[in-house]
Design a protein around this ligand. Structure first.
Ligand SMILES: Cc1ncc(C[n+]2csc(CCOP(=O)(O)OP(=O)(O)O)c2C)c(N)n1
Ligand SMILES: [Mg+2]
Length: 731
């Protein structure tokens, strides 16, 4: 193993030598095609610039490995072999947002020529060195990105940027329907790129399917999806012809192919893609064949899984050799001019690297975390509330959420709803009824049945200045898509140093206790996957008035503070009117109106008693109120604390509310392991509440069963009564 990894670290040196040898002999390979520059409309100077971008990218790769060997750089996944994408960059505008593959340094460098004042080498070296001065991530990750170049940084999760690229492309047509606006010029198109192995990921397939289906129906979708096909994903080859066969057969897409070793061919295909996407507003799949040089990343010894002859054959197909050959055959540069450029760029990169590694690093947890919460944005108009939107009659949670959505949509013209069955049907539980009829199918979008695409659509819309209000039909169905929240939406501000954001609100119907509609997947009662995501806000109303206050605050937080906010709506309470007996109407409320907002960390309280505090949320509040009616109807001994917000809990505030109480009972309807109760107990103990005063009641670590058994694993009203009675007796 030691031998192969040391020979892997020598590969870049061999490859450099190969270029220098070719230079020495002035012997270069060529592709079969022999096109004139005129024929593809590329000026000789442009070809030189493309070659220089390729050289810069290559020298950065070489430098990254040298720096890593010295312990000065921390990420060596490189672009070697993919540098043909410089020609793609040149075919598009710097205002066309580009969600890039990690091997696209040459793209970024070439694009930077189109915007004054760019310093791509310096910027990328700062990123290698994880310096705080790195202009895109502030030293948080080695990402390709730039605010000035409209290249948002991408995460390492392959293909997870494709759903949002589709959403971003969709946003362009949507803004046109809304009469104009957004972050990008109206005639922009959206680019994204990814590898051949990534093509097979379900996230990629979902995005391709969504784009194809939208285009198939005639929706404008100015999108170019570039597959950079080096034939392998780490060690696993992609079956020959698989990608072409799949995409040629894909309705809705235009399939174009090019040879990424040939700048002229790549430029030709990219320009064709541009015309189709920009003018006809149809999606293009641009299949660029290329090679992967130096293995997958610095730590990868490809000799372990590829034959020496295969590696040698790939190395002989180095795009730099072909580009130099083009320059020579078309008489653009002399051998010495090529040699001079190769040397000069290498020296420049090496010099800059020595400076970059001396720039400051992130030095404290506070600095690292500074961009988790996005900055506030200015210039958002105050909503213009429409008269007559508040109904006086008391309503259920479902009704009041519907009314609130109506007035939010009426007053915020950049708010767009999307989800499964939310439009024509008005949602599985009727919560979104009549919204599509009123605001149109372009603002209340019935999406495909694909949660990844729904969340990706939202991220893409948010990138372009819209505020998406998404719906996930059931909490259990968030899980097949949660990376779009966890890995994508929640991380964007962090990895872009607050420069890119995707503010949005996601309503998720969830939790247990549904009568008549059972089974685990419609009653999922675990929220741990949401609670530990840095920066994500999660709210959960227990009653109709709070649902209004939380929803209005969530939209404000997204619109003004650029936050990503999840609201878990307890399905069992959607249509609940009564608290104690049929017809008492104690659980419906009048609409508290447009100004009612409940800020994060602001708990609700019922009762003033000091003997026992019940701390709870969602259905727990409802059950605790029923229990209180039995034990202490006036709230003289009891108080019930409704958390309302399930992340970012202000434990000092919770402590203040319960500090005067002799005992505290936590009622948590979610599964015990990983439940909020763990955090609440810890928070109170840390603030000095004695352990013996604290007790908790949670759901069992079980899935939910069907029929009458569906509540057996959940806290019940009777258990709360029993436990509270015992605690009150001991108080
Ligand atoms: C979802 C996910 N699974 C696994 C990985 C680990 N991984 C990183 S790159 C890669 C291979 C990608 O191959 P390909 O898409 O062909 O791109 P290439 O590196 O060849 O350019 C894998 C498996 C990852 N980053 N994300
Ligand atoms: Mg590959």
């Amino acid at each position: 193993m030691a031998t192969s990894s040391s020979s892997s670290s020598r590969e870049p040196l061999f490859q450099e030598q190969r270029f220098l040898d070719a230079l020495d002999q002035d012997r270069w390979p060529s592709t079969e095609r022999d096109r004139s520059l005129d024929k593809v409309a590329l000026a000789p100077e442009a070809l030189t610039e493309l070659f220089e971008s390729q050289l810069m990218s290559r020298h950065l790769d070489l430098q990254a490995r040298r720096l890593q060997a010295r312990g000065e750089a921390f990420y060596t996944i490189g672009s070697a072999g993919h540098e043909g994408n410089a020609a793609i960059a040149r075919a598009f505008r710097p205002t066309d947002p580009a969600f890039l593959h990690y091997r696209d340094a040459a793209f970024l460098i070439e694009r930077s020529r189109q915007v004054a004042g760019q310093t791509p080498l310096w910027d990328l070296l700062l990123s290698f060195a994880a310096s705080r001065d790195d202009p895109i991530s502030g030293g948080r990750h080695k990402v390709l990105g730039s605010k000035a170049l409209n290249v948002p940084p991408q995460t390492s999760t392959i293909a997870s940027h494709l759903p949002k690229a589709v959403g971003a492309a969709y946003s362009l047509g949507l803004w046109r329907r809304l009469g104009g606006g957004g972050e990008w010029p109206m005639d922009s198109l959206v680019l994204c790129s990814f590898g051949d192995a990534s093509f097979n990921h379900s996230t990629a397939q979902g995005a391709l399917n969504t784009a194809a289906c939208a285009a198939y129906q005639g929706a404008p979708l100015p999108l170019v999806m570039v597959c950079e096909d080096n034939g392998i994903g780490i060690s696993t080859p992609t079956p020959t012809g698989w990608i072409e066969a799949s995409m040629r057969a894909c309705p809705g897409f235009h399939y174009l192919a090019c040879d990424g070793l040939d700048l002229l061919d790549t430029w030709r295909a990219a320009r064709e893609a541009e015309v189709i996407a920009r003018l006809r507003k149809q999606p293009v799949f641009l299949h660029m064949r290329c090679v992967r040089l130096f293995g997958h990343a610095g730590s990868d010894a490809q000799q372990a899984y590829l034959s020496a002859s295969h590696i040698a054959a790939e190395e002989a197909r180095d795009p730099l050799l072909f580009s130099a050959g083009l320059l020579r055959r078309h008489g653009v540069l002399s051998r010495d001019e090529i040699a001079g450029r190769y040397r000069r760029i290498g020296e420049e990169v090496a010099e800059l690297a020595e400076e970059a590694i001396r720039r400051p690093k992130l030095e404290s947890a506070r600095e690292v975390m500074a961009s988790i919460v996005p900055p506030r944005r200015s210039g958002r108009c105050q909503p213009a509330w429409v008269e007559g939107e508040v109904e006086a009659a008391p309503g259920t949670m479902a009704k009041l959420i519907n009314q609130t959505l109506q007035r939010l949509m009426a007053s915020h013209h950049h708010l767009v709803m999307a989800g499964e069955d939310i439009g024509r049907k008005g949602g599985v539980y009727g919560v979104t009824q009549r919204l599509q009829a009123r605001f149109g199918p372009h603002r209340v979008i019935d999406t495909l049945l694909d949660e990844q695409s729904i969340l990706g659509l939202g991220i893409g819309l948010a990138h372009n200045g819209l505020v998406p209000l998404l719906e996930i039909q059931f909490l259990a169905y968030l899980h097949n898509a949660e990376d779009q929240l966890r890995g994508e939406a929640a991380t964007l501000s962090f990895f872009s140093d607050g420069q890119y954001t995707n503010p949005m609100v996601i309503r998720i119907a969830g939790l247990g206790y549904q009568k008549g509609f059972g089974g685990h997947f419609h009653n999922d009662n675990a929220i741990a996957v949401l609670r530990d995501i840095p920066g994500l806000l999660v709210a959960c109303p227990s009653n109709a008035a709070d649902a209004v206050g939380l929803l209005q605050e969530a939209v404000r937080l997204a619109d003004e503070a650029q936050r990503v906010v999840v609201i878990i709506e307890p399905i069992a309470l959607y249509h609940t009117r009564d608290l104690l007996e049929g017809g008492d109407d104690l659980w419906s409320c009048p609409d508290p109106g447009p100004e009612h907002r409940l800020s994060p960390g602001e708990p609700g309280q019922w009762g003033e008693g000091d003997d026992l505090a019940i701390v709870t949320y969602g259905n727990g509040v409802y059950l605790a109120r029923q229990a209180a009616a039995e034990l202490d109807p006036a709230g003289e001994r009891l108080r019930i604390v409704d958390l309302r917000w399930l992340t970012g809990i202000d434990h000092d505030a919770v402590y203040r509310v319960v500090a005067s109480c002799t005992r505290v009972l936590i009622v948590d309807e979610c599964r015990r392991s990983g439940s909020l109760s763990e955090e609440l107990i810890t928070g109170l103990v840390e603030r000095g509440v004695a352990g013996e005063c604290l007790t908790r009641m949670t759901a069992e670590d079980s899935f939910i069963s069907l029929g009458p058994a569906s509540t057996l694993t959940l806290p019940s009203r009777a258990e709360i009564v029993e436990r509270a009675r015992a605690l009150l007796a001991g108080a």
